[in-house]
Design a protein around this ligand. Structure first.
Ligand code: C2E
Ligand code: MG
Ligand code: MG
Ligand code: MG
Length: 277
């Protein structure tokens, strides 16, 4: 009896593995089609300055629309795009599309910037700076209007190579931000060595304010540290008035989150200019 069950368990286990491999292969093929058939789009989440209560910029967030119109969130496909290297061409499309979007916003007379997420693979690519320079030049967007978001884990490992790449990017005149800050392992001495301009406090520290004393201490410490180091600080994932009050009290002026707006398609943003300002 037990033996039979053991056999069955093994059978199911290997079947699960096969299914997982098959799902993944299918996703890879679908991603290839997505690139070929232009199934990607960007949504934009406003960044708010609490001192002026105005939209000071947006973060570009990638979406994949399947032929049946389902919108696939990035968490579902970026890991596969990353491991297959497809993220490099997808990421280049994001750069073009984001810069063209920003050029349109600027031509409407808006004083806004755009945050763009970079993947680990893109960040390691030594043609990245050239690619960005070309796109900025062709779209006419001033580099100071662009902020690249990278994560702490991308700075670990070969730190000399990371610092070199950050300096290359900085030399274009763009700004650099550490996304999901606090979730990685970067020490203060590390942080000092990286030429970054901004820290984005991870949503996980914001979401349990005002219930979680530890998280509140972490958030206020990050804000104080950022100020000390002359870095801009953005709180992500702000969903409630209580969180907003706490952030204001601790002098965090830049915020992003569902409390203000979910990420929206470009056509939906123009309505927002009126409601928040
Ligand atoms: P991220 O860069 O940390 O982006 C913030 C994520 O939090 C977004 O999820 C956003 O929709 C979500 N978010 C914003 N405000 C709130 C809030 O108040 N509450 C909650 N619960 N969530 C909020 P999204 O769009 O699913 O993106 C997930 C991640 O995928 C991003 O995290 C980023 O790491 C990655 N990603 C998105 N677009 C790109 C891209 O163009 N290139 C690369 N390499 N990665 C991207
Ligand atoms: Mg981000
Ligand atoms: Mg983030
Ligand atoms: Mg995050």
């Amino acid at each position: 009896e037990a033996k039979a069950r053991g056999k069955n368990t093994f059978h199911f286990f290997s079947q699960d593995l096969k299914d997982a491999a098959k799902d993944r292969l299918e996703l890879e093929n679908q991603l290839r089609e997505a690139i070929r058939d232009h199934q990607f789009l960007l949504h934009y989440q406003p960044k708010i300055d609490l001192q002026t209560n105005s939209v000071v910029g947006y973060e570009a967030l990638l979406r994949w629309r399947l032929p049946d119109q389902t919108l696939v969130p990035p968490g579902r496909f970026i890991p596969v795009a990353e491991s297959t290297g497809m993220i490099v061409s997808i990421g280049e499309w994001v750069l073009w599309e984001g810069c063209r979007f920003l050029a349109r916003q600027l031509s409407r007379g808006l004083d806004v910037d755009l945050s763009i997420n970079l993947s680990a693979r893109q960040f390691r690519d030594n043609t990245l700076t050239e690619t960005i320079a070309r796109i900025l030049q062709r779209t006419g967007v001033e580099p100071r209007r662009i902020i690249f978001e990278i994560t702490e884990s991308m700075l670990m490992g070969d730190t000399d190579a990371a610092i070199h790449q950050l300096n290359q990017l900085k030399s274009l005149g763009v700004s650099l931000s550490i996304d999901d800050f606090g979730t990685g392992y970067s020490s203060l001495s590390y942080l000092k060595r990286f030429p970054v301009d901004e820290l984005k406090i991870d949503r996980s520290f914001v979401q349990d304010i005002p219930g979680d004393r530890n998280d509140m201490d972490i958030v206020s410490a990050i804000i104080a540290m950022a100020q000390q180091m002359n870095l801009r600080v953005v709180a992500e994932g702000v969903e409630t008035a209580e969180q907003l009050t706490f952030l204001k009290q601790h002098n965090c002026t830049l915020v992003q989150g569902y409390y203000f707006s979910i990420p929206l398609a470009e056509q939906e943003l123009s309505l927002l200019d009126f409601t928040i300002n």
